[in-house]
Design a protein around this ligand. Structure first.
Ligand code: DAH
Length: 337
């Protein structure tokens, strides 16, 4: 019996040395319920009472040794597997990363930010208003009553009789004046809508930037100085501006404002269609009725306002001749900016 135990131990330890040995199979074979060691222990009943504890102890020692060797083997296998895995999945943190394709700002956003920054530099704040607007703010409060002919040029999309998609950013003037006491100095960029057919110069959705200044003693020369500074900063120092008389219901007097052509300097070229001037905005002194509608006393305060199309400025700025390009998401176009 002693021999058998010794043999079991030797075989088990020897087999455990083989790198291919299956530890689980080995455990079952030697230590399992039907294993070789268990079989020996079963046979101990045949021993004399004196021999029994001696062999019992010996058998336990053999079991303990095999178990220890098994555990060591299993631990070693695990460690090897882990180190192999770590080797396989080695990560070189110094390797350059996968390049991520970065987009960039849309040309309209670029121009809008540029315009905003110029006005912010002159002390303006940015005000926002809703695109879905009441008729009151878009028209009536701006001195455009029902059936006024100015509504024809700004036909828009109606949600109900009273609610529409704003046709201009001018309603933000009213919203600001209702809430804020002068001095007021705001610009308001945003989307506007008109039921115009889409062509090279018209889009049912486009963007405007409104400006409004209200304070004591504001005059037309403040308007001129502000717009001239803006034009020089946006189009270059040599730019000059020109006011032409016009009519808007919400300003009096009103003007259309041109900038000297930045492509030819005023001589006349393709960009300015031979005019030497490019029309960029409408402006004027805020009509006393509009101030009154907003609870501001026109005897005490005066103000100027202006509004311009951002697409128009961007088109002139970049030499783009079709407004549709801004909204078609064609990468070949967008990548150029
Ligand atoms: N809202 C006008 C338009 O869409 C542009 C405009 C003209 C805005 C004169 C103004 C202004 O604030 O004073 O045609």
């Amino acid at each position: 019996m002693k021999e058998t135990l010794k043999k079991i131990k030797e075989t088990a330890l020897l087999e455990l040395q083989s790198p291919e040995c299956d530890t689980e199979q080995l455990r079952v074979r030697f230590l399992g319920k039907k294993g070789e060691l268990t079989a020996v222990l079963r046979g101990m009943g045949a021993l004399s009472p004196e021999e029994r504890p001696i062999f019992g102890q010996l058998a336990n020692e053999v079991r303990a040794e095999i178990e220890a060797a098994l555990n060591a083997k299993m631990k070693e296998k695990k460690e090897r597997a882990l180190s192999e895995q770590l080797n396989r999945e080695k990560l070189d943190v110094t390797m350059p990363g996968m390049p991520i394709r970065m987009g960039h700002q849309h040309p309209l956003t670029r121009v809008q930010r540029e315009m905003e920054n110029i006005f912010i530099g002159m002390g303006f704040q940015i005000a926002e208003g809703p695109e879905v607007e009441y008729d009151y703010y878009n028209f009536k409060a701006l001195n455009i009553p029902e059936n006024h002919p100015a509504r024809d040029t700004q036909d828009t999309f109606y949600i109900t009789d009273n609610i529409l998609l704003r046709s201009q950013t001018s309603p933000v003037q009213v919203r600001v004046m209702e809430k804020q006491n002068p001095p007021i100095r705001v610009i308001s960029p945003g989307r506007v809508y008109r039921s115009d057919a889409l062509d090279a110069t018209h889009s049912p959705l486009f963007q405007q930037m409104e400006g409004l200044v209200v304070d004591k003693g504001i005059t037309m020369s403040d308007l001129k100085g502000t717009l001239e500074t803006f034009a020089k900063k946006l189009f270059g120092e040599s730019t000059s501006i020109r006011f032409r008389p016009h009519h808007f219901p919400f300003t009096e007097p009103s003007a259309e404002v041109d900038v000297s052509c930045f492509a030819c300097g005023g001589k006349g070229c393709r960009v300015c269609k031979g005019e030497g001037w490019i029309e960029i905005l409408g402006a004027g002194m805020v009509h006393p009725f509009v101030l009154e509608n907003c609870g501001i006393d026109p005897e005490v305060y005066s103000g100027f306002a202006f509004g311009m199309g951002i697409e128009r400025v961007a088109m002139k700025h970049y030499g783009i001749d079709d407004i549709r390009l801004f909204y078609e998401n064609d990468e070949r176009f967008l990548k150029q900016f």
